[in-house]
Design a protein around this ligand. Structure first.
Ligand SMILES: O=P(O)(O)OC[C@H]1O[C@H](OP(=O)(O)OP(=O)(O)O)[C@H](O)[C@@H]1O
Ligand SMILES: Nc1nc2[nH]cnc2c(=O)[nH]1
Length: 180
């Protein structure tokens, strides 16, 4: 699997340092609150697991699965709910955790959903922000680990055709690996 990678952009060490920095900031910002942390499946699983260990807070954790990348490297822009959360978000301070904001369609859908359900506040923590790819204007995360180049990335949760999520780093695949 490692042989399929052309370039490592963010090493395991850099990612862990980002988790520590973001975790400290979130610990400060949510002091005295008990946020509802929502992990966006499946890509945000490694990031959420590492980040919450750096947050010295009481919290609830839930999971949501929405999908717009149907196997390839392009967002369809058509977001589908695959699995909803179990918790009631009304009057909760929600912290949404995802691995990447790219076109912004997924984030726009999730923010609107949580707002409609009456969350007291919604903040977003992303490991990566790909600003050059944005299609939904104004879609920004409140906490960002790395601003990334406009490339299709894999690893640390990010997949290509279901593979590479378990890499401990983020990188770019060799061109011959892509089938579309
Ligand atoms: O800003 P956008 O262009 O909407 O892209 C961002 C979304 O794409 C990926 O999820 P994906 O839909 O591929 O599902 P997955 O996490 O299960 O791989 C990623 O985890 C984000 O949720
Ligand atoms: N694997 C992967 N999924 C994404 N979803 C949105 N952007 C990306 C990306 O760069 N890589």
């Amino acid at each position: 699997m490692n042989d399929d990678i052309q370039t490592i952009l963010y090493s395991e060490q850099k990612i862990q340092a980002a988790c520590q920095r973001l975790g400290q900031q979130l610990t400060q910002d949510y002091q005295g609150k008990k946020p509802l942390v929502i992990c966006v499946l499946k890509g945000a699983v490694p990031f959420t697991a590492d980040l919450i260990k750096q947050m010295d807070l009481y919290m609830d954790i839930d999971f949501i699965d929405v999908s717009s990348y149907h196997g390839g490297t392009q967002s369809s822009g058509d977001i589908q709910m695959v699995k909803d959360i179990d918790e009631d978000v009304s009057r909760r301070d929600v912290l949404l955790i995802d691995d990447i904001v790219d076109t912004g369609h997924t984030l726009a859908y999730l923010k609107e959903l949580l707002k409609q359900r009456g969350a007291a506040s919604v903040r977003v923590c992303m490991l990566m922000d790909k600003p050059e790819a944005r299609q939904v204007k104004g879609m920004q995360a409140d906490y960002v680990g790395f601003n990334v180049p406009n490339e299709f990335l894999v690893g640390y949760g990010l997949d290509y055709q279901g593979k590479y999520r378990n890499l401990p780093y983020v990188g770019i695949l060799k061109p011959e690996i892509y089938q579309d």
